[in-house]
Design a protein around this ligand. Structure first.
Ligand code: COA
Length: 175
């Protein structure tokens, strides 16, 4: 699996990227608005990457965690988690803060959206954001998703229940 964009290459996220991935997956500022990060230790990051790697080995992965590579550096990850019937994909992202503000997340997430609709043929793409996460909400909209409803969530770094904004878009080929 390899997806090329103008500036980036997307590859399976594996343990090969442990040190670079831990730099942002284990960093609070980088993951404050995420549900499942930061990791508590490099060992936990390694276990996460090992699970991603194993999933990529399956004939029909239920999720895809992409490493986003610029030249030879890991700049972030984009994830796509499928529903049980494989009709809906939940897209998410975490980019190393050293690489924010250059359009890399938009470029990589657009490629994963196109993979989800064009290659996997899912019917619907969704995204869920912490209501305060303006950079993610902006990105979701740039991808073409629309606000659908408000729910609640807890982020790993804080026990408080907070509003979650849910976005979605249908596969343009099936509408
Ligand atoms: C959400 C996140 C990926 C967004 O990163 P980002 O770099 O701001 O997103 P984009 O790739 O869309 O880049 C947009 C910025 O790049 C700028 N940019 C520069 N060159 C660009 C180009 N060639 N193309 C597009 N945008 C470009 C834009 O002007 C914009 O700048 P601005 O933020 O000052 O307005 C990042 O903030 C992040 O990793 N956050 C932490 C993890 C997180 O919260 N994940 C969500 C969990 S639900």
């Amino acid at each position: 699996m390899k997806i090329k964009t103008d500036r980036l290459v997307l590859l399976p996220l594996t343990t090969e990227y442990l040190l670079e991935a831990h730099e942002f997956l284990g960093d609070l500022e980088n993951t404050r608005s995420t549900k499942y990060f930061p990791t508590d230790s490099i060992e936990e990051t390694r276990e996460f990457l090992a699970r991603c790697e194993a999933e990529w080995q399956k004939n029909l992965p239920t999720y895809h965690e992409f490493a986003v590579i610029l030249d030879t550096s890991l700049v972030g990850k984009v994830s796509l988690y499928l529903s049980e019937d494989r009709s809906t994909g939940n897209i998410g992202w975490i980019f190393n803060k050293r690489f924010w503000g250059r359009g890399y997340a938009q470029e990589a997430a657009s490629a994963v959206r196109d993979f989800a609709f064009g290659v996997l043929g899912i019917n619907k793409l969704v995204a869920r954001c912490d209501y305060r996460n303006t950079s993610s909400i902006t990105l979701v909209k740039k991808l073409g998703m629309k606000f659908e409803f408000e729910g609640v969530r807890k982020n790993r770094s804080c026990p408080d229940e907070i509003p979650e904004y849910n976005f979605g878009m249908e596969n343009p080929k099936s509408t």
